[in-house]
Design a protein around this ligand. Structure first.
Ligand SMILES: [Zn+2]
Length: 68
């Protein structure tokens, strides 16, 4: 499901909490608003590999269990 809700790209530094908007810019600070979908791949995310593994397992229906 695709969402049109965007979040202030600078909210981490400009606000105490994410500022959401349907427009292209943050209504509070004027910074660009970006899609609020999950953050892009972060190689430093300690849980990322587990999440990705689970996602692939779900997609492959377990057929790839012997992989890796
Ligand atoms: Zn903002």
């Amino acid at each position: 499901m695709k969402s049109d809700i965007r979040v202030c790209a600078d909210w981490e530094t400009a606000h105490d909490r994410p500022v959401y908007t349907l427009g292209d810019a943050c209504p509070e600070c004027g910074a660009a608003a970006v899609n609020s979908a999950p953050a892009p791949f972060n190689p430093e995310d300690p849980h990322g590999k587990y999440r990705r593994r689970a996602r692939r397992r779900n997609r492959d229906g377990g057929a790839n269990a012997a992989g890796e």
